[in-house]
Design a protein around this ligand. Structure first.
Ligand code: NAD
Length: 480
């Protein structure tokens, strides 16, 4: 193993666990073993929750302007350690180094937003009747939990850590057991930035810890990011235990391409969106619906896809099971009658034979009933369907149970607006392949891509991570 055995991070210290089982963390880049991660038990979670509970009174009473000073310093430390963090992210997740740099830069942007929270939580005040005024305060919830997936080892933890903690909460982070290393490094940087012990705790593990988080009586709120299958389980379990919960799930994002779209720009966007992070992004373009004759654009998409080289500007998928699953989807499409225009199956990268690579794949003449049209593939694959009209394209998009993102490529503003109004997704781009809103806007999908009210990032996160206190004050008379 390249790194020492991973421990839990409780009360500002690395501590051994009561786990009887461990899992190997394997680099998808070359198959090299990196570390062993413990599958902790609920007793380990209890220790973390106890530490968080003890830290909460002092942390929540610290004025927010003081709390965010930690995040100014953390932002500086993320910048200072950018290369190291990007290397680690790439090593454990398999994405390219430059994609990992972008992920750390995004983590910095998220932290920057948290430092602006004092400006956004000033509350309201109004004289509600003669001599009586009412004011509001955003109050921290207590101990909260954040359960995160493998595909963004740094960015997704930073979706929740800075905002939830700056707003006065103490947190339990449950990293993905596939990529636990980046989270650990973030916790160390937060300590260096001055975060008091016990405010952030990390419990490593899998299903057992997630269930224990959902059941724990001292955890007030749970945020989850991962697949729809697990998002449903977590949302149901956490809310049935009367916790606040937002659970972000998987995606099947549709790009609607109209014949008047600018060919090269559209093709570059489609190819980059389907293949960035090896297609393992909840914002990846996974299905394209060409309206009318878009053959000239599809030719260019294939041209762009062929420029993407596994092991060079295309990273690996997370593991062997994932590679097999993606290739199975491509096989199924071929058997069902679709045409594989660019084929990424059986990809090997010389010198990295232990790595799990899938090349960029463009599948044309997909029909809406095929599995590649309906399901999340989570690999560098685009499934192209054809529609005669914009309404037919919209009905294909609307019929999909997910609703994270969608995009339209056209030069016709009225048509773009028509599609924005009718597509059923939480984030809709116009001539943008990856329509991420960016701070201060919040991130979050619709339908089966998100369960719960509000979002966990941006301005919307304030409502999720705090409760509102309403304070009517009497006896304060105006002069005269
Ligand atoms: P996953 O659902 O397998 O795992 C997510 C977390 O849940 C992990 O921490 C894991 O340990 C835990 N978990 C796994 N199985 C569980 C079970 N049966 N019961 C309880 N907990 C369980 O997701 P993943 O494979 O790590 O990540 C990829 C998925 O995440 C994709 O579907 C992707 O679209 C989605 N994702 C969504 C967003 C979004 O914003 N909507 C962002 C990133 C990733």
């Amino acid at each position: 193993m390249k790194y020492p055995d991973i421990q839990n991070y409780i009360n500002g210290k690395w501590v051994s666990t009561s786990a009887t089982e461990t899992m190997d963390v394997i680099s998808p880049l070359d198959g090299n073993p990196l570390a062993r991660v413990p599958l902790s038990s609920s007793a380990d979670l209890d220790l973390a929750v106890q530490a968080a509970k003890e830290a909460f009174p002092a942390w929540s009473k610290t004025p927010i302007k003081e709390r965010v000073q930690v995040f100014f310093r953390y932002k500086y430390l993320l910048e200072k350690h950018l290369e190291e963090l990007a290397y680690l992210c790439s090593e454990e997740n398999g994405k390219t180094y430059s994609e990992s740099v972008a992920e750390i830069e995004k983590s910095i942007e998220l932290t920057e937003f948290a430092t602006s929270l004092p400006q956004l939580v000033t509350g309201e005040i109004l004289e509600v009747s003669r001599g009586v005024e009412c004011r509001t305060e955003h109050v921290a919830l207590g101990v909260v939990a954040s359960i995160v997936p493998f595909n963004f080892p740094s960015m997704v933890p930073n979706w929740t850590i800075p905002n939830a903690i700056a707003l006065g909460n103490c947190m339990i982070l449950k990293p993905s057991e596939k990529v636990p290393l980046s989270s650990g490094r973030l916790a160390e940087l937060l300590k260096e930035a001055g975060l008091p012990d016990g405010v952030l705790n990390i419990v490593n593990g899998d299903v057992e810890i997630v269930n224990a988080i959902c059941d724990h009586p001292d955890i007030q709120a749970v945020s989850f990011v991962g697949s729809t299958r697990v998002a449903k389980i977590v949302y149901q379990r956490a809310t049935s235990n009367l916790k606040r919960c937002v659970a972000l799930g998987g995606a099947k994002n549709h790009l609607l391409v109209l014949p008047d779209a600018i060919p090269t720009m559209t093709a570059q966007n489609v190819a980059a969106s389907m293949s960035g992070c090896a297609g393992q992004r909840c914002m990846a373009a996974s299905a394209m619906v060409g309206v009318g004759n878009v053959d000239h654009i599809i030719d260019k998409i294939c041209e762009e896809a062929r420029k993407i080289v596994p092991g060079d500007n295309l990273g690996a998928v997370i593991n062997k099971e994932s590679k097999e699953r993606i290739e199975r989807y491509i096989n199924e499409a071929e058997i069902a009658g679709a045409k594989i225009l660019v084929d990424g199956r059986n990809t090997r990268v010389s010198g990295k034979e232990g790595g799990t690579y899938v090349g960029p794949t463009v599948i044309d003449y997909v029909t809406p009933d095929m599995s590649v049209a309906k399901e999340e593939i989570f690999g560098p694959v685009i499934s192209i369907m054809r529609a005669k009209t914009v309404d037919e394209a919209l009905s294909i998009e609307n019929a999909n149970p997910y609703g994270n993102a969608a995009s339209v490529f056209t030069q016709n503003g009225a048509m773009a607006r028509y599609i924005i109004e009718r597509a059923s997704a939480g984030m809709i781009g116009v001539n943008v392949g990856v329509p991420v809103p960016r701070e201060p806007f919040s991130f979050g999908g619709w339908n089966e891509s998100k369960f719960g009210v509000g979002d966990i990032t941006g301005k919307s996160s304030i409502e999720f991570w705090t409760k509102l206190k309403k304070v009517p004050l009497s006896g304060i008379r105006k002069q005269g």
